[in-house]
Design a protein around this ligand. Structure first.
Ligand SMILES: [Zn+2]
Length: 414
């Protein structure tokens, strides 16, 4: 990936301004210029469906990398890439430009728009990044608050700060595929302890927070409808949408799921309502993470949605990994491609009683699972192999009932 740290998407495009992008595209086409309806910034793709063409100059290997990139979006979000058909006016043309690593129009600009990759960057990661732009994502290292996470003091010029379309005040994500490689003046020097890799170096595909951003922007439903809400931005409705799955403290207070940015990791723990903190375990130790580094898990529409998608705790030994809710990743080269999953357990404590706790469970490469999960209990960290995890799947009884009800409705009409 050596030279792929440079994304040549211009700053003016990254601000999501469609007018400038349409003008850039149509430049030089003074004759035969098709008048385009220019809309405002941050235009998204209706229902998350993106029509595409693949230029005939691309090789089979290029196409294979593109399909792998599509697959990441199809697995982790409600976005659907579909081949262009006669009559589709808005579409992405995927092309190669050997003078660049990659660039792309940002958001839906109306009419044809480009996603480019080239040089030695004709790979899946670059394609995921550029498709992210087409879907309206900006650069993580250009976030307005990035100076709290990156140091540019040794750089003569550094990337501008640009507001992009994303979850407001969400956790900073060194693992984002939209983050440039760090330890350079392009992607900055991480200022948090333990962070030594960023973006494509840290994550093989979409990071957990990339997926969350897209599912937020496109208001994805079904098993993509859970939302992690920043603790500093919680509204009354978010408290209604939290669920404790029967988990309570010994005093009878509900225990809700949170995640926190802790060192180079984003991991899950227990939300502390009174302090607005996230109580997490790190090995034998336990920490309260302050609210600006905390998000709380909510389920708009309830645990059983109108579409019959259902969130529930399940046995971690039998649940398919791809049905489980994930918390975050690690930006550390010793722990490449680890993902944390919220885990739920009832743990015995000194006096023989059992207390409920929500902790983290690590999975490597979306495949190799840790034998134990790590929980914060009584100001200490502890490990247990007996725990449940949070899954989402479609409830069959609910769906059968829905079909039955709709058939009855049809009969009544005749
Ligand atoms: Zn970019």
């Amino acid at each position: 990936l050596g030279k792929c740290s440079s994304c040549e998407t211009p700053d003016e495009w990254l601000a999501g301004n469609t007018e400038i992008q349409v003008a850039d595209r149509d430049q030089g086409q003074t004759e035969n210029n098709i008048a385009q309806e220019v809309s405002n910034r941050w235009s998204t793709w209706p229902n998350g469906v993106v029509k595409y063409t693949i230029h005939s100059s691309l090789t089979l290997e290029d196409t294979s990398e593109i399909l792998k990139a599509f697959d990441e979006y199809h697995k982790k979000t409600c976005i659907r890439f579909e081949p262009w058909q006669e009559g589709d006016t808005d579409f992405v043309s995927i092309e190669v430009d050997e003078n660049v690593c990659g660039f792309a129009n940002v958001c839906k600009i109306g009419g044809p728009q480009v996603v480019m990759f080239g040089k030695d960057c004709r790979n899946m990661k670059t394609m995921i990044h550029q498709l992210g732009h087409a879907l309206c994502l900006g650069h993580e290292h250009q976030r307005p608050d990035r100076d709290s996470y990156l140091n540019f003091s040794s750089c003569s010029n550094n990337p501008k700060k640009i507001r992009s379309f994303r979850r407001p005040m969400g956790l900073y994500d060194y693992n984002s595929q939209m983050h440039a490689q760090c330890n350079s003046c392009k992607g900055g020097f991480p200022s948090r302890e333990g962070v030594n890799i960023c973006g494509p170096d840290a994550t093989p595909g979409l990071s957990v927070l990339d997926s969350d951003n897209i599912n937020y922007i496109y208001n994805c439903q079904g098993c993509h409808r859970h939302r992690w809400i920043p603790a500093v931005a919680l509204l009354n409705e978010d408290f209604v949408n939290m669920h404790n799955f029967g988990y309570e403290t010994q005093e009878g207070n509900p225990i809700n799921t949170c995640r926190a940015l802790y060192g180079s990791t984003i991991l899950s723990g227990m939300y502390n309502h009174s302090q607005n903190t996230c109580y997490i375990a790190d090995g034998d130790a336990a920490f309260e993470i302050e609210e600006k580094f905390v998000e709380v898990l909510t389920f708009p529409g309830g645990l059983l949605g109108e579409d019959c998608s259902e969130y529930k705790l399940v046995n971690r030994r039998t649940a398919p990994l791809n049905s489980l809710i994930r918390a975050g990743n690690i930006a550390n080269d010793v722990m490449y491609d680890w993902t944390s999953y919220p885990s739920y357990s009832s743990l015995s404590v000194g006096n023989g009683e059992r207390v409920k706790s929500i902790g983290k469970w690590w999975v490597l490469n979306e495949r190799h699972v840790a034998n134990t999960a790590n929980f914060a209990v009584e100001k200490m960290g502890t490990r247990s192999s007996e725990f449940e995890v949070l899954s989402c799947s479609f409830n069959e009884m609910c769906m059968i009932k829905k079909i039955f009800d709709s058939e009855n409705y049809v009969h009544e009409n005749y």
